[in-house]
Design a protein around this ligand. Structure first.
Ligand SMILES: NC(=O)C1=CN([C@@H]2O[C@H](COP(=O)(O)OP(=O)(O)OC[C@H]3O[C@@H](n4cnc5c(N)ncnc54)[C@H](O)[C@@H]3O)[C@@H](O)[C@H]2O)[C@@H](O)CC1
Ligand SMILES: [K+]
Length: 543
């Protein structure tokens, strides 16, 4: 059965094997799961042929590997043959070496099996890639590599599609990274739950459209597996989303403070402020150097202004604990100035309850380049709910080349983090998910690493991955708006992980609503329409 909705949980390949084992242990034979997987692949193959040719004929070539992914290929082949399709099967390696369910599926296949190099693609309408799935253990080489390249060349030259079983072969399902080479699929059929690699780049592009099929694994296994990575969809954060209440008023919706840079760079703070206001903060104030006050005052209406020239001014302003969320970074300017302001910001608030929400972005992150330990210590000492929102460049400058062996670099931080060596290794991992998790575990902040596959991670290991951000969101000032929106959600009391995840989703939804041609100013203005749909569909609230 194919699902038309997207469940949130994302399972690593190890978690998926656990789901498989638990299901088999509860009495469902592995051969049954494989038959179901094969049937789901066969169904999609027929759809694809039907779409391409308007009929269900045309040669199908199935490329099977030596494990259970290949077993799924055999199961699909038998199903397609039974449906009257023309199917040919090639196997990587000797038939006698197949074991377990894959051997049973191969035995049940009534047609011939060619060595993989002899399986011709001439005149083929659809190729099925069942070489490797969750069991990929290393980079592809030799005949496996040649076969993948042959499939890709054929597809590029003829425009005919490849249907991948579980993941395109060569793609690591947990990280979304390519191991040597990988198949470029038109469609991927995966089972039970998606994996992080279906969402993370380049995986998402290599998968083409990912279709989820249910093959008899019960949702009950999720309670035992307790997956920590989720697709970033409203279901992830709707429980704590600040839907306005009839008996609420602007003071219950918090007060966001946005720090501005000097005269030449005020736009970024205004974009962030507009984002915070549209995201629902009750009040928004821009704290600006005196030199830029007139510029802001002339350009702002609903948003207030305050003069803030130095860290002392900021500490004074923050004595007002109703200012419960702060955004610092967009257009803030010079490293020394930004760093001094952030120190004052993190040291203010003390034992505020609930702690102040703080978004650190752009120039603030750059001001701590190479000093992730220093930033981590300040964040941890502050007791604030901090969200860091780097793009790849800022992330690399902050966490890229920290030296764990430098005398005193850890300061008093080491006892505060679990498995520090593993954590430092993970910071340079090829997996975006693992890098962001490590950065979060190190700093004690929620970390959001931007991109078409934005990842948000919390210090406890929870993570969300976006899968629907439109490419036109990458426009000047877009990140400033995002930082402001997260500040606006924090001001309303949304917990940091959910505020960051919801901010990412709303940002993408606003961009999708507006469409191509979007500039940063359009994002806050598109939010009302997004809220309307969200409230009606998710909170059953008439708007
Ligand atoms: N819930 C599940 O886990 C289910 C899994 N099924 C299928 O089973 C697959 C996983 O099966 P396996 O664990 O057998 O793994 P795979 O079939 O992905 O691959 C394992 C085999 O490939 C070899 N291998 C790994 N990397 C290689 C490389 N780089 N070069 C050459 N050989 C390499 C291994 O030695 C092993 O023989 C899934 O992807 C899915 O298609 C389905 O049958 C049904 C349910
Ligand atoms: K595959």
């Amino acid at each position: 059965m194919m699902t038309s909705y997207d469940p949130l949980e994302l399972l690593t390949t190890a978690e998926m094997s656990a789901a498989d084992r638990l299901t088999i242990a509860s009495g469902a034979p592995g051969s049954y799961l494989m038959a179901q997987a094969g049937a789901a692949v066969a169904l999609e193959a027929e759809h694809m042929l039907g779409r391409a040719l308007g009929r269900r004929t045309g040669r199908i070539a199935i490329f099977c590997g030596p494990g259970n992914n290949g077993g799924d290929g055999f199961a699909a082949a038998e199903r397609l043959l039974a449906r009257g399709c023309q199917v040919e099967v090639g196997l990587l390696g000797p038939l006698e070496k197949l074991t377990g369910d894959a051997a049973l599926a191969a035995k049940a296949w009534r047609g011939p099996v060619s060595p993989i190099e002899a399986l011709s693609l001439d005149g083929v309408e659809l190729a099925i890639d069942a070489l490797f799935g969750a069991g990929l253990a290393r980079g592809l080489d030799g005949l496996a590599r040649e076969t993948v390249l042959r499939l890709n060349d054929w597809s590029a030259a003829t425009g005919r599609p490849v249907l991948a079983v579980d993941v395109p072969s060569g793609l690591d399902g947990s990280s979304g990274q390519v191991q040597g080479v990988a198949v470029k699929a038109k469609t991927t059929v995966t089972f039970f739950r998606r994996k992080p690699g279906h969402l993370l780049l380049p995986g998402r592009v290599l998968c083409g459209e990912t279709i989820l099929a249910q093959i008899g694994i019960s949702d009950e296994v999720l309670a035992l597996i307790a997956p920590r990575a989720m697709a970033n969809k409203p279901g992830l954060w709707s429980r704590v989303f600040p839907v306005p209440r009839v008996d609420g008023h602007k003071y219950t919706r918090g007060h966001a403070l946005i720090l501005s840079g000097g005269l030449a760079r005020t736009g970024a703070a205004r974009l962030a402020a507009r984002g915070a206001l549209r995201a629902g903060a009750g009040l928004v104030t821009v704290a600006t150097p005196a030199e830029a006050l007139a510029v802001h005052a002339g350009a702002l209406t609903a948003i207030m202004t305050l003069v803030c020239d130095d860290p002392n001014d900021l500490s004074k302003i923050l004595e007002d604990r109703r200012k419960n969320a702060v955004v610092a970074g967009p257009g803030l300017g010079g490293a020394a100035h930004a760093k001094a302001l952030v120190r004052a910001l993190l040291q203010s608030g003390g034992a505020m309850s609930p702690p102040r929400g703080i978004v650190l972005d752009a120039d603030v992150l750059t001001s701590f380049s190479g000093d992730a330990f220093g930033l981590a210590q300040e964040i941890r000492a502050s007791g604030a709910n901090v969200v860091l929102t780097p793009h790849e460049g800022e992330f690399a400058r902050l966490f890229g080349d920290i030296d764990p062996h430098r005398e005193g670099s850890w300061g008093d931080l080491q006892p505060q983090v679990d498995a520090p060596d593993a954590l430092l290794l993970a910071l340079s991992s090829a997996s975006k998910l693992e890098r962001v998790r490590a950065a979060s575990a190190l700093t004690g902040a929620v970390v959001l690493l931007k991109g078409p596959d934005t990842v948000v991670a919390a210090p406890d290991g929870r993570a969300s991955i976006a899968d629907d951000l439109p490419p036109w969101l990458a426009t000047a000032g877009s990140g400033d708006v995002l930082a402001g929106m997260i500040g606006g959600l924090l001001a309303q009391g949304t917990p940091a992980f959910e505020a960051a995840s919801a901010g990412v989703w709303l940002h993408g939804a606003a961009a999708r609503h507006f469409g191509p041609g979007l500039i940063a100013e359009d994002i806050p203005e598109s939010l009302p329409a997004v809220f309307r749909t969200l409230y009606e569909s998710f909170f059953a609230q008439q708007v």
